[in-house]
Write a protein that binds this ligand. Structure first.
Ligand code: MOS
Length: 725
C-alpha cells in the first residue's frame, strides 16, 4: 500500500491541539522586552514633531524609537517604514516603537505618544486615479498581454457582454497575527518570525542591517496561517530587530488585530472591465479584460486579475490589460490565489452572463470553448483533465435537473439558485533542498527549511520520506522552519509541494542507496555480498529479496559502523521548460444558494467541486486545503470587505467583529474530490500544488447561483443583502 496519498493524520496534529506547537509569540526568552508599534493617523504628509516625553517617563519603558533617534540602516528602502525619515505615505504607517519591560507597559506608553503632522493631499479616491494609472507586472510577468485583435473580434461577435465587476480591499487576517522576536549576540541575530519564508527573511534582514546572511538565523516552526501576508518582510520585522539592537535586549513584538489592517499587506481593490464576444452558437470571438487595481505610493504590487483569462478558453482574440492605481494605503500583496481569485470571479460571472444571453447552459458554454492547449502560445499543458472535472462535479451536483430561468427553483419561500464556474491556478516549482538521515537511535531525520503554514507539510514530508526509504512514518522526525536547515523556498503560490517534495524524495533515495551500499559490504550484515539490486527495504529492515526472513534494521548496521551517518542530501531545481509547456491546475465548482426574498439573505447550501491538481500527497490534508479555499471563495462572494474612510484612509472595520468572515453556520456541506492524476512532466512526484485553487471560481459560482435564484446580477462584491433588495 502506498503511503504517499494515504489520508495520514497530521503528524503535528497532537502538538497543535494540545498547545504544544509553539508559534512565534509563544517563545519565552530570558530578559525579554516587549515592543509595540505606534502608527500614523494621517494618510499623507510629514511628521512635524513626535512628543515622546510622557511615554519615555512611563513606568517600565526602556526605549522609544522614532525617526528622530532611530539608527540609520544601510539597506533601508522606501517600501517599508523603518523610521528613517519623516514622510507619511499611508494611515497606519509605523512612526515609532516603544520598548518596555512588559507588554502592558509598552501598550500604555504607546498610547501616550502624540505626533503632529503637516498633512499633504492624499490619494484615496480609487476611480479618480484611473486616468493617471500605469502598467505593471506580477512575479516578473507583464500585466499587458494578449493575441489577435479584440476590436475586430468584438465587431464580428453576434452576442456581446460588456460589464464592469468590482472587488473590495480584503485583509488576510490569519488567526496568528504577525509577530517577531529578535535577539542579538554581538553581530549575530536570531529571529523568531511568523513568516512564510525563513530564507527570504534572513536575506532581507542581512541586506537591511548590512551583515552577512550567515550571521542571521530565522526560525518559524509553526505559522498560524499566512495566505500571502507573511510572505514579504514588513516594517515591524525590521523594527523589532532594530529595537533589540538599540536596547541590547531580546524584543518581542506582536501586531494587534487592528494593526493587521495597514502595514502588512492586503488584497487590493479591483475594477475589472470585461468584454466578451461570441458567435450565435456560443464560440468566443474575443475576450478583453481590463483591470484597475490599487497599489500604494511607495511600492508597486499588481493584482494580476486577468492572468487566468489567458489560459481558460479557446479564443482567437484576447487582450489582458492591468493598470496600477497608486493610493495612500499600505502596499497590497499576494493574498490566496492572488489575481486569480478576483479575476476568475469577473471572468466566470461574465461567462454566465454570456450563457444567459445565448440561452445556453453555462456548462455547455464552457465545454464549447474548451481549450486543449494553452490558448495564447498553443503549447501543450503538462496535464489537463478539466473535462473530467466538469463531468464528475456536474453529475454529483445533479446539474442536469436545473431549470435555467432565474427564480424558477424554490423551496418554500426561499429562492433556490444553482451556479457553476471553472477554477484554475498556475503550477510552478522553485529550487529546494532537503536532508534525510538515519539516526543511531532508530529514528529518521527529514529536514528542509520550508514552513508549516497549515498546509500539512510536516505530514507529507513524512509520507514521501517513509515511502521512498521503506520505513514506517512513525519513526520519522521532520524538522523545518529554520535557516540552519537546507534551503527551501517561500511557502506561497501553491509551490511548496512541487518544490520541496522532489528534494525530500531525492534525498531519501540517496540515503536508501547509502544504507544498501554500506550493508552489502558489511560482513555481518544479512545482505553481505548481495548485489544491491537483489536487496530490498521494508518496514525499516533490509533483506535479500530471496530470503526476507533474514532482515536487519539500520540501527544494527550503524552500531557496527561506529554510528557513522547514513544520509542523503539533495538540492534540486525545477526542470520543466515553461516556454514549451503550460502547467496549470483546473477544477469545476458548483454551488447551490437559497435567498430569502424578503430580507435578501443568502445561504450557501452546498458546494461540489472536482479538481485536477496532479498527484495528491495526502487525501486528508488535501481535503482541508480545498475546503479552506472554497470557504474563502464563499467569503469573497458574500462577506469580506475592508472599508476605507475616504478622508483619512484608515480602515473603519479593522477588527474581526466588523470585518466579516464566515463562521461554521455560514458554511454548508462542501464535497470535494481530486482526480489524482499525476503530472509527471511538472515534477518527479507528480504533484501540482493545491493551496489556492479552491478560492478561484468559487466566488463566481456563488454569484451565478444568486443570479439564478433572484434574477439580480450583482457585479460588486461582496453580495450583501442590501444589494439584493
Ligand atoms: Mo500565497 S497568496 O502565494 O501565500
Amino acid at each position: 500500500m502506498s503511503i504517499i496519498g494515504a489520508p495520514l493524520t497530521r503528524v503535528d496534529g497532537r502538538l497543535k491541539v494540545t498547545g504544544a506547537a509553539k508559534y512565534t509569540a509563544e517563545f519565552q526568552i530570558p530578559s525579554l522586552a516587549y515592543g509595540v508599534v505606534v502608527e500614523s493617523t494621517v494618510p499623507s504628509g510629514r511628521i512635524l514633531n513626535i512628543d515622546t516625553d510622557k511615554a519615555e517617563h512611563a513606568s517600565g519603558v526602556i526605549a522609544v524609537l522614532t525617526p528622530h533617534n532611530a539608527p540609520k540602516l544601510p539597506g533601508a528602502e522606501k517600501r517599508i517604514s523603518v523610521l528613517q525619515d519623516d514622510q507619511i505615505y499611508y494611515n497606519g504607517q509605523p512612526i515609532a516603537v516603544v520598548v518596555a519591560e512588559s507588554l502592558h507597559q509598552a501598550q500604555y506608553a504607546a498610547s501616550l505618544i502624540h505626533a503632529r503632522y503637516q498633512a499633504n493631499p492624499s490619494k484615496l479616491d480609487f476611480e479618480a486615479g484611473f486616468p493617471t494609472s500605469y502598467p505593471g507586472s506580477h512575479n516578473g510577468e507583464p500585466g499587458d498581454a494578449g493575441w489577435g485583435d479584440t476590436t475586430a473580434g468584438l465587431a464580428q461577435a453576434a452576442v456581446k457582454i460588456e460589464e464592469s465587476y468590482t472587488t473590495p480591499i480584503q485583509h488576510h487576517n490569519p488567526m496568528e497575527p504577525h509577530a517577531t522576536i529578535a535577539q542579538w549576540e554581538g553581530d549575530k541575530l536570531t529571529v523568531h518570525d511568523a513568516t512564510q519564508a525563513v530564507t527570504s527573511r534572513q536575506e532581507y534582514l542581512a541586506k537591511m542591517f548590512g551583515i552577512p546572511a550567515e550571521n542571521i538565523r530565522v526560525i518559524a516552526l509553526f505559522v498560524g496561517g499566512g495566505f500571502g501576508c507573511k510572505g514579504q518582510t514588513w516594517s515591524h520585522v525590521v523594527l523589532t530587530a532594530m529595537a533589540a539592537k538599540q536596547t541590547n535586549r531580546p524584543v518581542k513584538l506582536a501586531m494587534e488585530r487592528p494593526q493587521m489592517f495597514g502595514s502588512v499587506g492586503a488584497r487590493p481593490r479591483t475594477h475589472q472591465r470585461l468584454s466578451l464576444g461570441a458567435t450565435r452558437e456560443g464560440k468566443l470571438t474575443a475576450i478583453r479584460h481590463e483591470v484597475h487595481a490599487n497599489t500604494s505610493v511607495i511600492e508597486d504590487y499588481l493584482e494580476s486579475s486577468a492572468f487566468a483569462t489567458r489560459v481558460m478558453y479557446e479564443c482567437p482574440n484576447v487582450a489582458t490589460i492591468h493598470r496600477l492605481v497608486p493610493m495612500n494605503l499600505g502596499t497590497p500583496t499576494f493574498m490566496r490565489a492572488p489575481g486569480v481569485a478576483t479575476g476568475t470571479y469577473a471572468l466566470e460571472v461574465a461567462m454566465d452572463e454570456l450563457a444567459y444571453k445565448l440561452k445556453m447552459d453555462p456548462l455547455q458554454l464552457r465545454l464549447l470553448n474548451y481549450t486543449e492547449v494553452d490558448p495564447g502560445t498553443k503549447n501543450p499543458f503538462t496535464e489537463k483533465n478539466l473535462r473530467e472535472c466538469y463531468k464528475q462535479a456536474s453529475e454529483r451536483f445533479g446539474w442536469a435537473k436545473r431549470t435555467p430561468d432565474p427564480g424558477s427553483m424554490r423551496d418554500g419561500s426561499q429562492l433556490i439558485g444553482w451556479g457553476m464556474a471553472t477554477e484554475t491556478y498556475p503550477a510552478r516549482g522553485l529550487p529546494a533542498s532537503a536532508l534525510v538521515r538515519f539516526q543511531p537511535d532508530g529514528r529518521v531525520l527529514v529536514a528542509s527549511g520550508t514552513q508549516e503554514i497549515g498546509n500539512g507539510i510536516y505530514t507529507i514530508m513524512t509520507q514521501v520520506a517513509a515511502e521512498t526509504l521503506g520505513v514506517s512514518p512513525a519513526i520519522i522526525d521532520v524538522k523545518i522552519g529554520d535557516t540552519t536547515l537546507p534551503k527551501a523556498p517561500i511557502s506561497a503560490g501553491s509551490m511548496s509541494t512541487v518544490s520541496v517534495m522532489p528534494a525530500v524524495q531525492a534525498a531519501a533515495m540517496q540515503a536508501r542507496e547509502r544504507w544498501i551500499a554500506l550493508a552489502v559490504s558489511d560482513s555481518q550484515s544479512p545482505v553481505f555480498g548481495v548485489s544491491s539490486d537483489q536487496v530490498d527495504i521494508q518496514d525499516g529492515r533490509i533483506f535479500q529479496k530471496s530470503s526476507p526472513g533474514k532482515a536487519e534494521s539500520f540501527v544494527a548496521l550503524m552500531g557496527r559502523q561506529s554510528n557513522q551517518p547514513i544520509e542523503g542530501n539533495a538540492s534540486l531545481k525545477p526542470t520543466l521548460d515553461h516556454k514549451k509547456f503550460a502547467a496549470h491546475s483546473f477544477g469545476a465548482v458548483f454551488a447551490e444558494v437559497a435567498v430569502d426574498p424578503n430580507i435578501g439573505v443568502v445561504r450557501v447550501r452546498r458546494v461540489v467541486a472536482v479538481f485536477d491538481v496532479g498527484k495528491i500527497m495526502n487525501q486528508k490534508t488535501a481535503q482541508s486545503q480545498f475546503i479552506g479555499g472554497i470557504v474563502w471563495g464563499i467569503s469573497l462572494a458574500l462577506f469580506e470587505d475592508s472599508h476605507v474612510d475616504p478622508r483619512l484612509g484608515r480602515f473603519t472595520n479593522a477588527n474581526l467583529a466588523e470585518y466579516l468572515v464566515p463562521v461554521n453556520a455560514d458554511i454548508p456541506e462542501i464535497e470535494v474530490t481530486a482526480l489524482d492524476i499525476p503530472d509527471m512532466k511538472l515534477d518527479p512526484v507528480g504533484a501540482r500544488g493545491i493551496g489556492e485553487i479552491g478560492i478561484t471560481g468559487t466566488g463566481a459560482a456563488v454569484a451565478n447561483a444568486i443570479y439564478h435564484a433572484t434574477g439580480k446580477r450583482v457585479r460588486d462584491l461582496p453580495i450583501t443583502p442590501d444589494k439584493l433588495l
